[in-house]
Design a protein around this ligand. Structure first.
Ligand code: ADP
Ligand code: MG
Length: 760
């Protein structure tokens, strides 16, 4: 009989058995042999180099390479108890084993089978130890760790020949592991597979492999799990990165080809239209950036294929006016434009400011309307029945050239006469589904799409790295605008917090206003989740260095709440000032009333949740104090502070936190305080998490797609892959001559890969 051959698409249960495959699937989402082989080691330990134990953090699940320094039984018995002669031990003795890296130590504690462990772990023994770090009497320890002894001397009788062979090389792979399945159990499962693996045809074309001197795929797969040395590892990594980059780029190239066949209606500028009239009447001069981006967009809109452009610009850089000019160009060309905003408050603000900027140009059909004027319609969840009916009808007939609104725009009954441009403001707040729903509303041809944000989500940054989303940036702020000064206010310095409130009082005394932001509303019904803070696209980077994600932090006090903080300030450090509160549980009328009062200067201090995060524009507000700032993501903080410093007075943002100095959370806050560049902060965000998660998140139930590629450090490789992939798709658009590549793309991105890629 021929020996069994394992292929990449085999289900895992075949080679590794049900128990292991169940854990691999439930914990890591791995289903096939290929999935497991792409579960790459997180790091490699070099034999002889022990893991540094000094930096272990509580609650991290770790795997360390260390040497046993001491192993002893600790009696668990009353102080004066003496063992009977015939039974010198008691079963409830515990084992205390101290392991070391030569400098620091870590205690291992075993309550069960204490004798056995002490016997196994004799001083001098080298092993891998895995568990979750806890602290007992000030010492870090692992309770009941899993361990694996490593052979050093062939004579060691506890080490089987099999084991000795397994750890024969210099580098010991350490896999992302869990309490249910240790790194070395995963390693063993992979070994079983490698013994019978036939990885099949190489998906990367021979000429590309030659040109970039890449290893065959199967060699790389074997080497990444069993490297002989670091050199091996570099070669294997390079090849596997290419696989990911090339598959991605091939799929993207195919999508571009398909998109080129999908026409859009060209909407060229009209020199005597209302766009020109709007420009002539602007109360300010456009910045160079606004003018330049405007030209680029005007050109895009004139093309017969759909624009897909990201307008990235600092908070307050004036993205809205760029969008308005684009919308007017489309209106001039006979089409309509929709502007989607994430919140009611923002939609209303856009409606007010845009109708105001347009003046008579927005009063089409009215006596005082300008010649060729259009109409602007507003549609939100709280638009009244009559207003809604007239908005819907204006949009349907085409009398309204511009429709502004919230999610309400996505409803079925919203029908356009000729939707030519979709603008999505604060894009990071939307899922792609919403963009697609809106795009579907264009009959026939596809509309042009402009998305805007100050803080692109990591996924968006990723797509720009792949080169498939055009980006324009507004780098400068309009003249006369001051930058925002941000500072971290650490709780360990109570004086700083006092000073923060003094600063707020000073601003108010100078006729200015302030925001105080809290992560929670407060006063909730039991069990009600009302965290408005934590955005799903943020706060990454919480993974332990070894093994799995860190356990949740030990119980902490609940985050500060608007409904607690407001009265505390009003009776304490900010007494005498006029307060208002704003949060998601207020009904739209109340929200509107509070916002109007704040905008009108009748409120000094607005205590709010993140409802104020996006777009709210009150130029007289100059200070913001963010409580429990570590609870917010990087992008969110950046968005929040964009609410101050929108006028001529300099803005001030204070990030209050009780996270310890030099902790990752504090470092994140320090980075936010140190830079005002949203794109840099997004890259920081991206760097703190694994790119695979970034692109993989959109695939429900599928494990991540990019494991090896590091978007930011591999930009060059990604660009080469793009070049090669485009060339290949040009000659073989459906990959008929490259079936192995087609399979590789399916394995990487899933069968709905086109839609998936489209979700950038
Ligand atoms: P963001 O880019 O954050 O969306 P906005 O579009 O809301 O910023 O613009 C912020 C403010 O700056 C608005 O009040 C807008 O009218 C104003 N503004 C935009 N462009 C200019 C400019 N070129 N000169 C002066 N003010 C401008
Ligand atoms: Mg804006």
């Amino acid at each position: 009989m021929l020996p069994d051959v394992t292929t990449l698409r085999d289900p895992l249960i075949r080679p590794v058995g049900r128990k292991t495959s169940d854990v691999l699937e439930s914990v890591f989402g791995l289903r096939t042999v290929g999935d497991l082989l792409r579960h790459y080691p997180r790091r490699y330990y070099t034999r002889g180099e022990l893991t540094s134990l000094a930096a272990l953090r509580e609650n991290d699940h770790i795997t360390v390479l260390a040497r046993v320094a001491q192993a002893r039984l600790v009696p668990m018995r009353p102080p004066h108890w003496r063992p009977p002669k015939d039974k010198p031990y008691r079963s409830n003795d515990r084992a205390e084993v101290i392991v070391t890296d030569g400098m620091a130590t870590l205690t291992l504690t075993f309550f069960a089978k204490a004798h056995f462990h002490v016997k196994q772990l004799q001083p001098g023994t080298l092993g891998l130890f895995a568990g979750t770090v806890s602290t007992y009497r000030g010492r870090r320890q692992l309770v009941h760790p899993e361990y694996e002894l490593l052979p050093e001397a062939a004579s060691d009788e506890r080490i089987t020949a099999e084991l000795a062979a397994e750890y024969a090389t210099e580098l010991i792979p350490v896999y992302p592991a869990t309490a249910k399945l240790s790194s070395w159990q995963i390693s063993r499962a992979i070994q079983v597979i490698l013994d019978t693996l036939d990885a099949g045809e190489d998906p990367l074309p021979e000429d590309v492999r030659q040109k970039y001197r890449l290893w065959p795929r199967e060699t790389a797969i074997r080497a990444i799990h069993r490297p002989q040395d670091r050199e091996d590892l570099d070669q294997a990594r390079k090849r596997l990165k290419w696989d990911e980059a090339f598959s991605m780029q091939t799929a993207l190239a195919q999508r571009r080809l398909a998109a080129a066949a999908m026409p859009a209606v060209p909407r060229p500028p009209e020199p005597d239209g209302i766009a020109a009239a709007f420009d002539a009447g602007l109360p300010f001069t456009l910045t160079d950036g606004q003018r330049h981006v405007g030209e680029v967009i005007a050109r895009d809109l004139s093309c017969a294929y759909p624009m897909n452009r990201l307008l990235q610009g600092e908070v307050g850089s004036g993205k809205t006016v760029v969008a308005v000019r684009a919308m007017l160009q489309v209106v001039d060309a006979g089409g309509q434009a929709a502007l989607l905003a994430p919140t009611e408050v923002l939609a209303q603000q856009h409606y007010r400011s845009i109708t105001q900027l347009l003046g008579p140009l927005a009063r089409g059909g009215q006596l005082d309307g300008a010649e060729g004027a259009t109409r602007v319609a507003l549609l939100t969840g709280s638009t009244g029945v009559a207003a809604r009916r007239s908005a819907l009808s204006d949009v349907f007939t085409g009398d309204a050239g511009i429709l502004i609104g919230t999610h309400a725009l996505l409803e079925n009954r919203v029908q356009f006469a000729d939707l030519g441009l979709v603008v999505i403001d604060e894009q990071h707040r939307f899922g792609v589904e919403q963009r697609d729903a809106l795009r579907e509303k264009a009959a026939g041809a596809r509309p042009h799409v402009l998305v805007m944000t100050a803080t692109p989500i990591p996924r968006t940054v990723a797509m720009t790295v792949f080169g498939d989303l055009e980006v324009s940036t507004l780098a400068e702020l309009p003249a006369g605008r001051s930058p925002i000064a941000s500072h971290v206010v650490p709780a360990e310095r109570p004086r700083y917090l006092e000073r923060a409130w003094e600063r707020v009082r000073e601003e108010v005394a100078g006729g200015r206003q302030a925001y105080v932001v809290c992560p929670r509303i407060g006063d909730e019904a039991p069990g009600e989740g009302d965290y408005e803070a934590v955005a799903d696209d943020d706060g990454g980077g919480d993974e332990g260095d070894d093994g799995t994600a860190a356990a949740p932090p030990a119980a902490r006090r609940p985050p500060l709440a608007v409904l607690d903080v407001a009265p505390a300030l009003a009776q304490g450090p900010l007494s005498g000032l006029r307060f208002g509160v704003l949060h998601g549980r207020l009904n739209p009328d109340e929200k509107d009333r509070v916002m109007s009062a704040f905008a009108g200067g009748d409120i000094d201090v607005l205590v709010a949740t993140t409802v104020i995060e996006v777009g709210v524009d009150v130029p007289n507000a100059t200070a913001m104090v963010i409580m429990d700032a570590e609870r917010f993501g990087v992008s969110q903080l950046h968005q929040l502070r964009g609410r101050v410093g929108r006028g001529e007075a300099p803005g001030l943002c204070l990030l209050v936190t009780d996270t310890p100095e030099a902790s990752p959370s504090r470092e994140r806050l320090d980075a936010v305080a140190a830079t005002s560049d949203g794109f840099r902060l997004s890259r920081l965000d991206l760097m703190q998490r694994r790119e695979g998660d970034v692109l993989g998140a959109a695939q429900a139930g599928r494990h991540s797609s990019l494991k090896m590629l590091r978007l930011l450090s591999d930009e060059e490789l990604i660009a080469f892959a793009r070049e090669e992939a485009s060339a290949l798709v040009e000659t073989d658009p459906r990959l008929d001559a490259h079936p192995a590549l087609r399979d590789a793309i399916d394995d990487l991105l899933g069968p709905q890969r086109a839609e998936f890629l489209d979700k950038a």
